[in-house]
Design a binder for this molecule. Sequence first.
Ligand SMILES: [Zn+2]
Length: 253
Amino acid sequence: MKMHLLSGGRLRLRRSVYYPGAPREETIELPISCALLKHPQGNVLFDTGCHPSVSVDAEARWGTMARVMVPVFTAEDSVVHQLKLASLGPDDIDVVICSHLHPDHCGCNVFFPKAAVLAQASEVAAARAENGPAQGYLPIEWDHPNLLDGVEGQRDVFGDGRITLLPMPGHTPGMMIAHVVLDRDGPFVLASDAAAVRAHIDQRYAPRNTWNTELALAAIEELARMEQGGATILLGHDDAQWRSLRTGAAHYE
Ligand SMILES: [Zn+2]
């Protein structure tokens, strides 16, 4: 099974969102990591990043959220365009896994109408709740007919232990990570915003944009344990890590 790490866009936001204590006016630019898994039984995309149009006019799609996170990428750096680096097109994707349903993680879902879209049931419920939009869930990004009713707890996607979805609430109610086993490069954990940047694991703290701090800290502890067990943790938005990884056409397997 090959794994391509693909860009889901790039955002500028206040540094203090992820690093408490940073001066209020300081900003930081962060990548959005997505992963394509070419499993023998189907092509799986873990997170779809930002919709390409936000690179041109974010406010049109995101409204006021576009002031909190400012896209700083070109349309070519969105997942739907990045797929060709792995010699695939949108119709080749069989399964889309949503770590959670925030707009910087499911923005290209609309381009995969043939895929089964999986998210935790509790995440779908949070997005559908009356206060969903206020919690950062924008229907234009997540509310598509192929979003299935939701995964409850753990799921082995193809029943062979290669891609296992694990609930890891904290950042959001239905945050979900993927444990991926590669023959040559070993186990990877696609952590998304359960661990957005390296400091969260190294210093064991949850960032400001956290739904439930206690659960988020438990998630970080669990990720640290998985890392000690030999897994590579793919962080959701860590620029230094992103630059050190094989991305795009280069791949892991
Ligand atoms: Zn995120």
